[in-house]
Unconditional design. Structure first.
Length: 295
């Protein structure tokens, strides 16, 4: 078979082994089953190890290798290693992305992550509508209740905003599941605020929460990376954070920085409207300064 294993139109060793199963029996069948069940181990292991796992001899492994069209076990193992490597690369690329490689040194990983966040923050500075932020801050400061919703990664900036607002005495609740979102949306009224954080703006539960809140005449707000998304087009106020949603974690990580910046901006603007709350609702008591653990 030689170098033909590198051709894209050549069946992979796993495909060849699977196709051969009906024609195999006994020890050769056990070897093929081991290859299909544990391709990673076979790609890294010796002929002796594979033979022991299949309870047969190295000669049987060699016979199967030639039966599948390879010059011998080394050629079969090399083809398997290439196949496994392709799978790992494809999985990494679809999850982490191509900006960072699986073998990149830590300093390069750090530099890439830092630069993606820096770019996201620059995008946010150019995109965030400050007039809209002022409107939302006024509404939250005077609202009967504010309900904040976010799931999975979106829950991180959403929950932090909730914690910060709660600390300064704002009547605020956080929700992160379908059932609680249904209840939360229905409890709101004309003097309330419903705020969601959603990178994509397409989550069905988020959409349902916004629709329920809008039906109760609450002010609906979205922090999102896609202003033209279903959620973004439905809410009364949509904060375009400037970093579109991406298909990989690295892109999602970049957008998270702009989401967090937007949520932080809203917190500070609300705090400016109720400065007396900063100490009145502090755990140390009304009028008491903040006491840090190291003082």
């Amino acid at each position: 078979m030689g170098n033909d294993v590198d051709r894209a139109d050549t069946p992979s060793p796993l495909q060849l082994a699977k196709r051969a199963l009906p024609d195999l029996n006994g020890a050769m069948l056990r070897v093929a089953e081991q290859i299909l069940a544990h391709p990673d181990d076979v790609a890294r292991g010796s002929i002796t190890k594979l033979a022991e796992a299949a309870q047969t001899s190295a000669a049987t492994v060699t016979r199967l290798s030639t039966h599948l069209g390879f010059a011998g076990y080394p050629a079969l193992r090399a083809a398997l290693a290439m196949e496994v490597g392709r799978g790992l690369e494809a999985g990494w690329a679809s999850d982490i992305g191509l900006a960072i490689g699986p073998a990149d040194p830590p300093e390069q990983v750090l530099n890439v992550l830092a630069s993606t966040q820096a770019n996201a923050l620059r995008n946010a500075l150019a995109s965030i509508d400050l007039n809209a932020a002022t409107r939302v801050a006024d509404a939250i400061a005077g609202a009967r209740r504010t309900h904040i919703y976010g799931e999975w990664g979106d829950a991180i900036p959403a929950r932090e905003l909730y914690i910060r607002l709660l600390r300064i005495g704002i009547p605020v609740w956080f929700f992160d599941g379908p059932q609680s979102a249904q209840i939360a949306g229905g409890l709101l009224g004309p003097s309330d605020v419903a705020l969601v954080v959603t990178r994509s703006g397409t989550d069905p539960t988020t959409l349902d929460f916004v629709r329920r809140a809008a039906a109760q005449d609450a002010l609906t707000v979205a922090i999102t990376g896609v202003a033209a998304s279903p959620v973004g087009e439905l809410t009364d106020v949509t904060f375009d954070t400037g970093t579109p949603v991406g298909g990989t974690w690295t892109e999602f990580f970049a957008g998270r920085a702009s989401d967090t910046l937007t949520a932080g901006l809203l917190f500070v603007l609300v705090a400016q409207r109720v400065p007396d709350h900063l100490t009145a609702n502090h755990p140390n008591g009304p009028g008491q300064p903040v006491v840090h653990p190291d003082t």
